[in-house]
Design a protein around this ligand. Sequence first.
Ligand SMILES: [Zn+2]
Length: 96
Amino acid sequence: MTTIKTTCARCGDIHLTPDDVALELRPGGREGDYRFNCPTCTEPQRRPANSRVVSVLLATGVAFEVVNPDPITESEIEAFVAALEAESDPFRLLAG
Ligand SMILES: [Zn+2]
């Protein structure tokens, strides 16, 4: 299973699975925030997700919701995938 590397404010480097993460997209669907509970200390965390992080999270299959009624379109998702493919080491972006 895909592992998402990020950091916990308490624990430092941690690894999450897509099931651990919830993504909140802002209008336009290119940026937002992602939420998770640290697997070590169980502390709820929220981190900003720029467009590249959003691309990575969507590509790993995390659940997302759009916090604005504007729907995201298939062409936007295709743009996310294209951005992901252009990044040689996308998971490093999540390391913060
Ligand atoms: Zn932690």
